[in-house]
Design a protein around this ligand. Structure first.
Ligand SMILES: [Zn+2]
Length: 271
């Protein structure tokens, strides 16, 4: 595996999931000159309290493209409906075609248990697609890959039926400012829908500089439990942004040397 630079594919349920859950790792990849591709399975049509789908979907596509452009990542937003994603054959086949076409070395996605049904559905569908990407008679019009990629789950804090097992943790303090810039591209979410949906201590200001400060504070609060949970696994204290990844046992099992390449600058935990 990997006679070339590694390629990272993030399969998120919504157009901003890659940045929220693995923005820092995406930035690390791009800094090394590695390829990154963000795919949103849904079109994000339900992610607003006032804007109708015909306005919101093109707006969210543009937001996702702008964010990806900032770090030179590829980006695609599929057209499954937000809030209605199912782990069905249509989704499984779309994932198999995506993995066969892009040939990533590492795929990141959600765990099949998470607060959002779209996240759960996508995690299940990725798990279902993993082995089948190597089976030539499945979607025979699309050549199978010789090996399935390593698949890892992006961080969550859910405990049942089983807590997230952090195999790798990343101190993203150095990437925090850039992650905030990526998130700010998703204005329909971070400045409008998410404060409406999850609440915020302060109203969202209008001026761009004030908005930056507000977003920094809001994001820090929103990841506080994540940082408290996973920062103790890092050798160096004081991390302001932490990402964690759990390697799936349903896909390729790489050796430690290859995993170190796939998770650049991340710390392997002793869990
Ligand atoms: Zn999401």
């Amino acid at each position: 595996m990997m006679e070339r630079s590694p390629k990272l594919l993030i399969l998120g349920a919504h157009p901003d999931d890659a940045e929220f859950h693995a923005g820092a790792l995406s930035i690390r990849y791009r800094e090394q000159g590695y390829s990154v591709r963000w795919v949103s399975a849904t079109n994000g049509q339900s992610g607003h309290h006032t804007e109708p789908a015909d306005v919101l979907v093109p707006r969210r596509r543009a937001e996702a493209a702008l964010s990806a452009q900032l770090i030179g990542a590829e980006c695609e937003v599929w057209d499954f409906h937000d809030g209605s994603l199912q782990p069905d054959l249509d989704l499984r086949h779309a994932i198999i075609r995506e993995i066969r076409a892009y040939q990533p070395d590492l795929v990141l996605t959600h765990r099949p248990w998470d607060y959002h049904p779209d996240h759960r559905a996508l995690g299940q569908a990725v798990q279902d697609a993993c082995y089948l990407v190597t089976v030539p008679r499945v979607l025979p019009d699309c050549p199978a890959v010789a090996h399935d990629p390593v698949v890892a789950y992006m961080v969550d804090l859910f405990q049942r039926p089983t807590p997230f097992h952090a195999d790798f943790v990343l101190d993203g303090t150095g990437e925090l400012e850039c992650v905030l810039e990526l998130l700010a591209c998703h204005a329909s979410q971070v400045f409008e829908f998410l404060p409406f949906s999850f609440g915020s201590d302060e109203p969202v200001p209008d001026r761009p500089d004030d908005r930056k400060r507000w977003l920094s504070k809001w994001f820090q609060q929103s990841i506080q439990r994540r940082v408290e949970t996973f920062a103790p696994l890092l050798d160096r204290p004081g991390a302001k942004l932490v990402e964690a990844y759990e390697v799936s046992e349903y896909a390729s099992q790489s050796n430690p040397k290859e995993l170190a390449i796939l998770f650049p600058g991340c710390q392997k935990t002793q869990l």
